[in-house]
Design a protein around this ligand. Structure first.
Ligand SMILES: *Cc1c(COP(=O)(O)O)cnc(C)c1O
Length: 231
């Protein structure tokens, strides 16, 4: 199938899931995850109604994002951020970093931002599936981390992100998303100064409809748009 058709099918599925959940599909941002994809492929997606692109490795983003300048609306960084890559990433001007899970990284990012008179919107990545080998702050530690990061003047916390467990068990996946949605609402009502719970980034190719039903307003899709990845 063509990229155009894939994207049309996804939009249709997003609409259906949103309507089922009594939500307006307009509120759901489709982030095309372009890792491993060529410039030509990404350009084709961008000319077929894709506006937001996400990369998960700083090096790869550095190679590709400058070549796509002016063709996308927003670039989001969705991967694990090593503190020695902060300045490289910031030169690419990400609209949103989805994946802050440690105070030390946030603090280093804030130092860079201060020196360069910049601010940066970030999401906090939460590990909602109790997997040991994964990134993300534990749900019970999330409020504490957000309060600490909220003190860093040049970083704006704008919401939460999670990756659900890799499983076909729908109950487990939904459980992850319910957990993140609850945390999102708890933090919202807590009204922590300088923290805005605006974005709930959850849902990938295998689970985005469940994520939409549980409140996601950014979904991150790679395979559904571009097909299987060849590493
Ligand atoms: C690769 C990736 C995705 C997209 O995964 P698909 O299953 O291909 O849709 C989403 N989020 C993150 C953080 C990723 O690394």
């Amino acid at each position: 199938m063509s990229l155009y058709e894939n994207i049309e099918i996804i939009r249709e599925r997003v609409n259906k899931a949103a309507i089922k959940a009594n939500r307006d599909p307009i509120d759901i941002k489709l982030l095309a995850v372009t890792k491993t994809r060529s410039i030509e492929t990404i350009e084709e997606a961008l000319s077929n109604n894709i506006e937001f692109i996400g990369e998960n490795k700083v090096q790869e983003a550095e190679d590709k994002i400058p070549l796509l300048e002016g063709k996308f609306k927003e670039f989001h960084f969705i991967g694990h951020l090593q503190s020695n890559k902060i300045s490289k990433l910031m030169k690419l001007k990400p609209t949103l970093i989805h994946s802050i899970d440690k105070y030390s990284t946030a603090n280093k990012l804030n130092n860079y931002l201060k020196q360069n008179l910049l601010t940066q919107d970030v999401l906090i990545e939460v590990n909602t599936s109790d997997e040991v080998n994964k990134f993300g702050i534990h749900p019970d530690e999330t409020v504490k981390l957000i309060k600490a990061i909220s003190q860093l003047e040049n970083i704006k916390v704008k919401g939460l992100m999670t990756i659900s467990m890799f499983t076909h068990n729908e109950k487990i996946i939904r459980g992850s998303f319910i957990k993140l949605g609850k945390l999102f609402n708890e933090i919202k009502v807590a009204e922590i100064p300088d923290v805005e719970m605006k974005y709930l980034s959850m849902g990938m190719t295998n689970d985005f409809e469940i994520a939409i039903e549980e409140g996601a307003n950014i979904i991150r899709l790679g395979t559904a748009i571009f097909g299987a990845r060849n590493y």
